[in-house]
Ligand binder design. Structure first.
Ligand code: FAD
Length: 462
């Protein structure tokens, strides 16, 4: 089937205004938020409104043997929505209904195109929250963040997306659909297919409906800023707070390069002389919050940190706005931002911070580091220029070393950004050849002609 025939078949199942083919539209859907990743044009972009339309698109793609790249908001940082093999980009943003908030069972049922913040807005009147909180909470979709298994700012205490996905409806590559999981907290019937599809990066099936877990909103919270003269001491304070048996809802680190960039960008009075700052929040019942905040302050001071407590909601919002500005602020410094999310056990954070400094110095690259320090999920961000071939050789050598060190420290290639295209080559470091082969067999069984997001996560046939 050639491109014209493909478009004609899609027009038989979707309204004309939801099938895009202009050069401008195709260019727009050829890239995503990932830097240092080549764009590829799809042949056609479609916007289904219902599960039935998704099924029809998949049946058309299967019949034509054309690849399909499923896309939410395209904010992933691993090249996950770049249509590397052309074909169809299927954008899920218009399937954006919140179908139900079930306050009795503490669940919400939503379509995949619902933005994460919209779920929180819908459940807030019931005194509930949906905890996963990536930096892109106001733009990223429920389907995309589930397929990526996003983490974010509250992972330390509340866990990540996979801990909140209770049920899914999925359309398979041939257009058949099925549901797994549901509203029951306990469910051990068969293989855990909900977990298999969560984090599958659009390579196994298309998520068309989600049942998510909600929890009661915390009654009280305290937000603190701790300023350190030594990066190493900030690392020790992170480990010390956990060792003191306090699990903050959020414990974020910004190194000096990041602080300077954020302050230049947002001008909110962050210290630019400090080697590192920690942004911390404890939440829960008021008495517990008081106790935990005191413990956090004590540990930070023990390691030389100067602590300020946010005195109002406005001050709190300003601190979190600063954290969410890290990536855009760093991105202003050089044309290309290569951001990684290798993650280590939290006790190894001081080692990882030291290693990152040494790697940056050894390869002569400019690196800012920020991230979710409490769960060992740092974001070393190399600021560079992809047009400078010599510099990019050094950047890629530094990235190789970051992954190697993370694995040596007992960590993982990706804490939350997924594998996509760029990290695929490192998979054997973590899983060995047998583990990678198990993944390949799953992919081959569910998508035998490798039509769903080809080139991502794992190569289909060995
Ligand atoms: C400034 C910035 C800050 C960020 N901060 C964080 C952070 O703190 N924590 C974090 O974890 N991530 C973060 N991210 C990464 C990104 O925002 C998250 O991964 C996000 O949740 C992806 O959602 P999306 O809707 O944009 O998905 P997309 O990028 O559109 O898609 C992500 C993956 O899911 C697949 N997919 C999309 N929809 C479906 C579906 N319905 N069915 C099956 N597969 C599907 C795609 O094929 C792709 O592989 C950040 C990104 C940016 C740019």
């Amino acid at each position: 089937m050639d491109r014209q025939e493909l478009v004609a078949s899609l027009l038989e199942v979707l309204a004309k205004e939801r099938v895009l083919t202009s050069v401008e539209d195709l260019a727009l859907y050829g890239f995503d938020a990932t830097a240092d990743a080549a764009a590829h044009r799809p042949d056609v972009v479609v916007f289904p409104l219902t599960t039935e339309e998704v099924q029809a698109v998949m049946r058309t793609a299967s019949a034509a043997q054309v690849p399909v790249t499923v896309r939410g908001a395209g904010t992933n940082l691993s090249g996950g929505t770049i249509p590397t093999h052309g074909g169809i980009v299927m954008v899920m943003q218009r399937m954006n209904k919140i179908l139900e908030v079930d306050a009795e069972n503490l669940t919400a049922t939503v379509e995949p195109g619902v933005v994460i913040q919209a779920v929180n807005d819908a459940v807030a009147p019931f005194g509930l929250i949906y905890p996963p909180d990536p930096g892109t909470v106001a733009t990223a979709t429920m389907g995309g963040s589930t397929a990526e298994c996003s983490g974010g700012l509250r992972g330390l205490k509340y866990g990540v997306t996979k801990h909140y996905i209770m049920g899914l409806e999925v359309v398979m590559v041939d257009g058949q659909k099925f549901s797994c999981g549901g509203k029951t907290v306990k469910n051990v019937t068969g293989y855990d297919l909900v977990k298999l599809f969560t984090g599958s990066e659009g390579t196994l099936g298309v998520i068309t409906r989600l049942v998510v877990k909600l929890i009661p909103a915390p009654e009280a919270r305290r937000t603190m800023l701790a300023v350190f003269d030594e990066l190493d001491n900030a690392g020790k304070a992170i480990a010390g707070i956990i060792a003191a048996r306090v699990i903050p809802a959020t414990m974020e680190i910004l190194d000096r390069t990041t602080c300077e960039a954020v302050e230049a960008y947002a001008k909110i009075g962050l210290p630019t002389h400090a080697e590192a700052i920690l942004l911390l929040e404890v939440d829960g019942m008021p008495a517990m919050v008081e106790q935990e905040a005191q413990a956090v302050e004590r540990v930070c001071r023990q390691f030389g940190g100067a602590v300020q407590v946010a005195k109002s909601d406005a001050e709190r919002s300003q601190l979190w706005a600063a954290r969410r500005a890290c990536l855009p602020a760093l991105a202003r410094k050089r044309p290309t931002t290569v951001l990684e999310d290798a993650t280590v056990p939290r006790s190894r954070i001081p080692d990882m911070l030291r290693a990152l400094r040494a790697i940056a110095a050894r390869h002569g690259v400019l690196m800012g580091t920020f991230g979710h320090a409490g769960d060992g999920n740092l974001h070393p961000t190399i600021l560079c220029d992809e047009r400078d071939a010599e510099e990019m050789v050094r950047v890629h050598a530094a990235v190789d070393e970051i992954f190697k060190v993370a694995i040596e420290l007992g960590g993982t290639l990706s804490g939350e950004h997924g594998i996509g295209t760029a990290k695929k080559k490192y998979m054997e470091l973590e899983f060995g050849p047998v583990g990678v082969d198990v993944m390949r067999k799953i992919k081959n069984a569910l998508d035998p002609h490798c039509l769903l997001n080809p080139g991502k996560l794992v190569d289909a046939r060995a």
